[in-house]
Design a protein around this ligand. Structure first.
Ligand SMILES: Cc1ncc(COP(=O)(O)O)c(C=O)c1O
Ligand SMILES: [Zn+2]
Length: 404
């Protein structure tokens, strides 16, 4: 175990890592710190390369004690190229890291596995959270596995499958006539009253550690190097912050050098607080009024960790880009047709962001661009309009050679 303490990235205050803790007293999220010097001396890279076939091969970089891991086999998701789509937008090298292969079908499984393992380890009995949908599905599943109580609140227009997941895993599930920010307020009040552990995005320090494994993994999968650009569909931005933290830790243990990808956050034009902040050179964001987009995972009007996302973007000479819902739907279909991959609408926003950056001259033909497909498109069947002919089996069946 290399876990040392929790540290505030804003005021530097530190806290013990062996008790349940939400935010820093100053209101900032807390980050987990490790003894990376000792890790560097004791853990060879080759150990990790030969490790178990999920994200827990990186357990030296994670806070969960051995024997306390709650896992459904999350992580070690594939990397593959989008040659067809890349050709259409005059690029040579677009890679997808496909998080749709995770338990519950999204990258949220990584944060939930780590967060639930720690909540159980540190003695929580019930966890509670607001969600756009996918995190609720993931945390309910891992809570069921750990035997913890789980309370979920989500917008009433979240994907129906995610409501059913929460209910199936026996979480107490509520639909809110409002946004994730409204759900967050309701959950916060209930946690205060009933003593539940609030596991909202970045309100506990361990979800980000699970998501960090995306960064550890992608560097390993590329042979301990980084791509030129990482494009991430940012809601709370936790995945982006996690990947950035992972690359910093890998450099500190000497497994990669100082090179960094340009970090790009993509949002929807209907909810783009990070893009607005970036475009005016600010280091934090304002609440986005009347947020609306079909990509529910990135419909987050104000991210608690906005300053951390923006810090990574500025430090890496990256960008924040907004795309329209029409472009999102178009990219989702284009990738499916050209490359056989059904990505989620959030990742389709990221893909549309790549197209926009290429058109703006912000990406070179041979830039190696990695898009994080944060979830499987299979959870969003509603977004696909399929006009499929029905054959009547009582008649003679004739299929025309032009159709189907
Ligand atoms: C499919 C999907 N992609 C992206 C996101 C945004 O994640 P983050 O909080 O890391 O920005 C979410 C969050 O709900 C999601 O469900
Ligand atoms: Zn602080």
């Amino acid at each position: 175990m290399y876990l040392e303490q929790l540290q505030c990235p804003r005021c530097e205050e530190t806290y013990a890592a062996d008790e349940l803790r939400n935010l820093c007293d100053c209101g900032s999220p807390l980050l987990v710190r490790y003894d990376l010097g000792r890790l560097r001396d004791e853990v060879p890279r080759s150990d990790v390369e030969r490790g178990r076939d999920d994200m827990w091969r990186f357990s030296a970089f994670l806070p969960v004690p051995e024997g306390e891991i709650v896992s459904l086999g999350e992580g070690m998701t594939p990397l593959y190229s989008l040659d067809g789509y890349a050709g259409q937008i005059d690029m040579d090298n677009i890679l997808i890291k496909d998080e749709g292969y995770n338990p519950t079908g999204t990258f949220k499984a990584r944060g939930a596995a780590c967060g639930i393992s720690m909540a159980a380890h540190l003695g929580a009995e019930t966890v509670a959270m607001p969600t756009a949908g996918n995190a609720g599905g993931a945390w309910s599943a891992y809570a069921a596995r750990a035997g913890l109580g789980c309370v979920i609140a989500m917008p009433e227009d979240a994907p129906e499958i995610t409501m059913k997941e929460c209910s199936l895993y026996d979480a107490r599930t509520y639909l809110v006539r409002g946004l994730i920010s409204d759900a967050g307020r309701i959950i916060g009040e209930a946690c205060g009253k009933y003593g539940w552990f609030d596991v909202s995005t970045l309100k506990e320090p361990y979800r980000i550690e699970g998501k960090k494994t995306m960064g550890l993994e992608l560097a390993m999968q590329l042979g301990w190097r980084v791509p030129d650009v990482i494009v991430y569909p940012a809601g709370g931005g936790v995945g982006l912050i996690g990947i950035w933290k992972a690359l910093d830790e890998l450099e500190r243990v000497g497994w990669i050098g100082s090179e960094r990808p340009r970090m790009v956050a993509v949002q929807s034009e209907g909810c783009a607080p990070l893009v607005r902040a970036f475009e005016s050179g600010r280091t934090d964001s304002d609440f986005w009024e009347e947020a609306t987009t079909i990509a529910g995972g990135i419909r987050v009007p104000k991210a608690l960790g906005d300053f951390l996302v923006l810090e990574a973007i500025y430090a890496s000479d990256g960008r924040a880009v907004a795309v329209s819902d029409e472009e999102i739907v178009e990219a989702l279909h284009a990738v499916a047709r050209a490359d056989g991959s059904f990505i989620c609408p959030e990742a389709a926003a990221a893909v549309a962001g790549v197209r926009q950056m290429r058109e703006d001259g912000d990406l070179a033909l041979d830039d190696e661009v990695m898009v994080i497909n944060t979830g499987s498109g299979l959870k969003y069947a509603d977004l696909v309009e399929a006009d499929i002919p029905v054959l009547d089996v009582d008649d003679e069946i004739i299929i025309s050679p032009e159709e189907g």
